[in-house]
Design a protein around this ligand. Structure first.
Ligand SMILES: C[S@@+](CC[C@H](N)C(=O)[O-])C[C@H]1O[C@@H](n2cnc3c(N)ncnc32)[C@H](O)[C@@H]1O
Length: 243
């Protein structure tokens, strides 16, 4: 087998370039190539913006494209094509970092890329550098614990609407809802109906200069629910609503 460089799955944290680990900063400055997951619609990469202060001037930056709207075969094909691109670079041989907002093993395109890479080249050298998740940053901004004592924390996707969120509310005292932007209004209605409106934290672009974090659904802007937004619901769990 041809020698391959190492691919680093690298978490750049929630958005503030200072919320990146020392290890991530060191590796960013060392690798030959940086892959950024750019939005197919805009070509923009927030992860790259976050990583930029840690990069060398001469570093090669290669965008790879994903779309939140890809599903099924189109999605598999996008991951396969990106894996081919990454393997071409690693086989120079060159080292590379694939940037992920937050943590690479938490709802990240990196894990799809990794599976596609391993399908094509099982022995590909990979190292994963964890990152501070968006919801750790939101809890820090609100100065509210994610969990205490014997409580449970559930992390759910709001991408398919409020049903999954409702099940999680019955199981865990604390529920983080990511990818809620398309269903934010329905999720707000559900939380309101469960008496959880005042104890819910909502965060937009947490740790970014333009970001903000509020407690209480009254403060949630109903007209704009951007992709970079999340809920942390406190006080849910099996005993809510029972006498
Ligand atoms: C594909 S997931 C990425 C999660 C990320 N890997 C992590 O560890 O937090 C994208 C979702 O994460 C949340 N998110 C990521 N960064 C955020 C931030 N800075 N502020 C608020 N929400 C954020 C949003 O819910 C967004 O829809």
């Amino acid at each position: 087998m041809k020698p391959l460089g190492t691919l680093y799955g690298l978490g750049v944290g929630p958005g503030d370039p200072e919320l990146l680990t020392l290890k991530a900063a060191r590796i960013l400055g060392e690798v030959d190539v940086v892959f950024t997951s750019a939005q197919a619609s805009t070509g923009k990469s927030l992860a790259l913006e976050v990583a930029r202060p840690h990069l060398r001037k001469s570093q090669e930056i290669v965008p790879v494209f994903f779309s939140h709207t890809f599903e099924g075969a189109a999605s598999r094909e996008a991951h396969r094509a990106n894996a081919v691109r990454v393997l071409e670079v690693l086989s120079r041989p060159a080292s590379a970092a694939f940037l992920t907002l937050g943590d690479p093993m938490t709802y990240s395109t990196f894990t799809y890329l990794l599976a596609a890479l391993r399908a094509q080249e099982p022995g590909v050298p990979v190292a994963v550098v964890p990152g501070i998740t968006s919801f750790a940053a939101a809890a820090a901004a609100a100065q509210i614990p994610l969990t205490e004592g014997n409580e449970t924390l559930a992390v759910v996707s709001g991408a398919r609407g409020p049903e999954r969120v409702e099940s999680a509310l019955g199981l865990a005292e604390n529920v983080v809802i990511l990818k809620s932007y398309r269903h934010a209004e329905e999720i707000c209605q559900l939380l309101d109906a469960r008496g959880l409106a005042d104890s819910t934290i909502y965060s937009i672009a947490c740790s970014r200069p333009e970001g903000f974090t509020v407690q209480g659904l009254d403060a949630v802007p109903r007209d704009a629910n951007p992709y970079m937004s999340l809920f942390v619901v406190k006080g849910a769990g099996p005993t809510v609503g029972t006498p």
